[in-house]
Design a protein around this ligand. Structure first.
Ligand code: GLN
Length: 538
């Protein structure tokens, strides 16, 4: 059995196609099927790795070291499964492969064209992404009608044409706007976007309608009639209290009926009981704690998507809400900023990953405050590196200590650049200041040995070796190791000689990790570093 569910978006972007795809995937997975997920991004970048978080939100990292769209994070969080680099491709990757093949002479003298060469490459990638699954859920980025989406729509139309009709299903996520002055929900934008799809040769069988108001019976009938779908296949998607409620809401409207009917699957009965319990705890938690989230991309919260979700997962599992107070690190640098008034009310301080000089001094102040005032502290990636810089400056009294990311000629580079390292597949990588930026960081999952008696080992229930994902260029400098350890900053995690975690002794909970624990956190299995941090609050 191999089935394909294609999810397209109509009218405008940001309708939550990713959450819809993830929710459908989660329901099918909980029904006992093996689910693959694929996100297709019509932009030209090879991957989002070189884009600013302000441009495209967070860059998600897979175990195998791919830098991907943040929707892959949603897939993993909802399906509680890791996906690989095959689960995301872009126009850039498609053209790059085709052009490579052309240079190698693989097309036997033909003229290379969008149809068939680009479209064939897209089809091959879709099929390969679904190789190990019963059902592959494919989310096409962008909106139907976008010029750059056309080759992808043609590819999925061709797939539909060649496969038996019960092997493909098209779901269209669309907007039904409420026009206040008319006091009405309007179906026209949806009609037009479905017409556009049909012009290409694709007929959606399920409509997921985003709207501010519930759909009336007559609006549902109108949508069904004009878009040529059954009325029971018009599924309403109002704003949910939490994204994790979406699968439950889709299930309550029997979305699995049209799915199983069109794909000719036996009846699907997902067991969502424990999911439901977790959602209840997110919606009405028993207690509440507050953390200060210190970062520099806080204007676009999507930049920290995995981390904010990870805090929700840990909270749900501990039945507590983690309230976030967003602190712009640059504000902490301003003259007269009173740290006490910023931090005295919070239960813990979190410094997340980041790149570049801006806001660094503010983060250092937040870290010093957490250390000296015994506030729970979690430093992730740059948050660990800066915890070491802060310790070196204020405890070891190496006043010019820094990361060479911020001061190339620094005399005490406690964070430095190693020249060579083995990448995820064991190949030697060379890094220098002039190494190109794309795809050259230490990326993906690496094993980390935890130290006996450390908070890190305790967080992982006594595991000696853990595995977490990375995305960074700079490393903690082992030259300073002894000085740190002698003065109370312990190295508690190591990976092949690289420093992976540090902890301040004589502090209730102060942990810095070089890895990104947020990338492996799921609603049903929260990440253990983050769970321990949330547990430590109050
Ligand atoms: N900028 C730092 C580095 O490249 C930290 C990266 C991060 O926080 N993800 O090492």
């Amino acid at each position: 059995m191999k089935k394909y569910i294609f999810i397209t978006g109509g009218v405008l972007s940001s309708l939550g196609k990713g959450i819809t795809a993830s929710s459908i995937g989660a329901l099918l997975k909980h029904s006992g099927l093996k689910i693959g997920m694929l996100k297709i991004d019509p932009y030209i970048n090879i991957d989002p790795g070189t884009m600013s978080p302000l441009e495209h939100g967070e860059v998600f990292v897979t175990d195998d070291g791919a830098e991907t769209d943040l929707d892959l994070g949603n897939y993993e969080r909802f399906l509680d499964a890791p996906f690989s680099k095959k689960a995301n491709f872009t126009t850039g990757q498609v053209y790059s492969s085709v052009i490579d093949n052309e240079r190698k002479g693989k097309y036997l003298g033909k003229t290379i064209q969008v149809v068939p060469h680009i479209v064939d490459e897209i089809k091959e990638r879709i099929i390969s992404a679904g190789a190990d699954s019963d059902v592959l859920v494919i989310e096409l980025g962008g909106t139907v009608g976008d010029i750059e989406g056309l080759p992808f729509l043609e590819a999925i139309r061709e797939l539909k044409h060649t496969l038996p009709s019960e092997d493909t299903l098209f779901v269209h996520v669309t907007l039904v706007p409420y026009i206040k002055v008319a006091g009405e929900l309007k179906t026209k934008p949806t009609q037009h976007s479905v017409q556009e799809l049909r012009r290409i040769g694709i007929s959606p069988k399920i409509l997921i309608t985003r709207s501010e108001m519930p759909l009336t019976k007559s609006i549902k009938s109108k949508l069904a009639m004009s878009c040529d779908v059954e009325e029971s296949s018009v599924i309403e998607a109002l704003d949910a209290k939490t994204i994790y409620e979406v699968p439950l809401k889709l299930l309550a409207q029997n979305i699995l009926l049209p799915i199983s009917k069109h794909l000719n699957l036996e009846s699907l009965n997902p067991n969502m009981e424990s999911w439901d319990n977790l959602v209840k705890r997110i919606v009405s938690p028993k207690d509440e704690v507050k953390i200060a989230f210190v970062g520099k991309y806080i204007k676009l919260k999507e930049s920290y998507k995995s981390l904010t979700e990870a805090l929700i997962h840990s909270g749900a599992n501990l039945n507590r809400k983690v309230e976030i107070e967003w602190i712009d690190s640059e504000d902490l640098e301003k003259e007269g900023c009173n740290l006490d008034s910023v931090f005295s009310e919070v239960d813990g301080i979190l410094v997340a990953g980041g790149f570049g000089n801006r806001g660094v001094e503010g983060k250092l102040k937040a870290i010093q405050y957490a250390r000296e005032n015994k506030k729970s502290y979690l430093g992730i990636c740059l948050g660990m590196q800066l915890a070491m810089v802060e310790y070196a400056r204020n405890v070891l009294k190496l006043e010019d200590a820094n990361s060479i990311e911020f001061d190339k000629d620094c005399k005490n580079p406690v964070i430095y650049l190693i020249d060579t390292f083995l990448n995820q597949s064991g190949e030697k990588q060379i890094r220098t200041h002039s190494t190109p930026l794309g795809g050259t960081m230490r990326l993906g999952a690496y094993k980390c040995n935890t130290k006996v008696g450390s908070k890190l080992r305790e967080a992982y229930d006594g595991e000696k070796v853990i595995s977490e994902r990375h995305r960074h260029r700079f490393e903690a400098n082992p030259q300073y190791r002894e000085m740190f350890e002698k003065s109370g900053l312990e190295i508690t995690g190591e990976s092949d000689g690289l420093i992976e975690a540090v902890e301040v002794k004589n502090h209730p909970w102060f942990v810095g990790v070089q890895f990104h624990p947020e990338f492996t956190s799921r609603l049903e299995t929260p990440n253990k570093t983050i769970l321990a941090f949330v547990k430590s609050l109050k």
